[in-house]
Design a protein around this ligand. Structure first.
Ligand code: GLV
Ligand code: GLV
Length: 329
């Protein structure tokens, strides 16, 4: 029997065509709710679920699941209880590498946008309020020579480090905060001698720009809380392109309202698509709707990798980006 793919997300080409070439593609995107997802996964009708971040594969959803795998159309997989999937022998795939540069670009866009007050400037132009050059108009924050602090030094963190160095910034990083795991000289590779490794506590206090590049786990939930916000420099900028819950969004709004921090740039939110009350009323924040990987080339590459993962899961073949190798017995 040819494999059956349950599509919980609209997979772009070339991914969709690749799945159609090997099996049957069934659209499940409109079923709604955890219970419906659990029922579909337990039905025995599908080999692999192709999913996105808005489907939550909790232990309950996975309890009676009969699928061989979940191919997540994202690098982050905090929407899936991977331990429960592994326990159930269900492979989980994701899309690393292919979205690294695009996501790093969004971090850079937010950094520069907040530093140079692009949101206020744009609004001024569209509102017809530009009255000519003035020495004190929307004066921003310097970038060259400033300290860029990276929380996390994985693929995306490193791509942001490269951009920071190109801008003449001093780049410091804390690997895997809040715990510390020293990155060896060999692991630093091209960054050896160019970036400085510090502990999380020091990173918080030294960064002019603090950019988050950690996965969402129990350890990183509210990594940036009221206490961390208090310890940051008064005129620091916080950038989040990782996962919303890494920041206590209400505490951030409170800090900004009190006039602490220079500003913040966000691509992800704690309760997407909602935002903390008051966030959108602040003029010194730049807010994007989770666009990290949203370029044509990146999305095509993600779709292809997702399809290759899904086909490998369905056919017992190679799974190029397998999150939980222990699941394959
Ligand atoms: C997007 O947020 C992703 O994890 O790919
Ligand atoms: C996360 O998976 C990253 O690529 O940094």
């Amino acid at each position: 029997m040819s494999p059956r793919f349950l599509m919980m997300t609209a997979l772009p080409e070339p991914g969709l065509g690749m799945l159609r070439d090997v099996g049957e593609v069934v659209d499940g995107a409109d079923v709604g709710g955890d219970e419906a997802l659990a029922r579909l996964c337990a039905s025995g009708d599908y080999d692999v679920v192709v999913a996105a971040l808005d489907q939550k594969f909790t232990a309950e959803v996975l309890a009676d699941a009969k699928v061989k795998g979940i191919a997540n159309y994202a690098v982050g997989h905090n929407n899936i209880d991977v331990a429960a999937a592994t326990e159930a022998g269900i492979a989980v795939g994701n899309t690393p590498d292919v979205l690294t540069e695009a996501t790093a670009d969004i971090a850079l866009l937010l950094l520069l946008g907040v530093a140079r007050r692009a949101v206020e400037g744009e609004a001024m132009m569209r509102g017809g309020r530009f009255e000519g050059w003035r020495a004190d108009l929307l004066v921003g924050k310097d970038v060259a020579g400033a300290t860029l602090g990276l929380a996390g030094f994985g693929r995306i963190g490193r791509a942001v480090a490269r951009r920071g160095l190109a801008l003449g910034m001093d780049v410091v990083f804390a690997p895997r905060p809040p715990a510390h795991r020293e990155v060896s000289f060999a692991e630093l590779g091209e960054f050896a001698g160019k970036v400085e490794q510090v502990r999380w506590e020091e990173l918080v206090e030294r960064s002019d720009y603090l950019s988050l590049h950690v996965p969402l786990t129990e350890d990183t939930r509210h990594l940036v809380d009221a206490d961390v916000l208090r310890r940051m420099k008064d005129d620091a900028v916080l950038i989040n392109t990782a996962r919303g819950p890494v920041v206590d969004e209400a505490a951030l709004v409170a800090a900004l309202r009190e006039g602490r921090l220079f500003g913040a740039g966000f691509d992800v939110y704690e309760e997407e698509p909602a935002m903390a009350e008051g966030l959108a009323d602040l003029s010194n924040v730049m807010l994007l709707p989770h666009l990290g990987s949203a370029t044509r080339g990146t999305r095509a590459a993600m779709a292809e990798l997702t399809a290759r993962n899904a086909i490998g899961m369905a056919t017992g073949g190679e799974i190029p980006a397998l999150v939980n190798p222990e699941a394959r017995r």
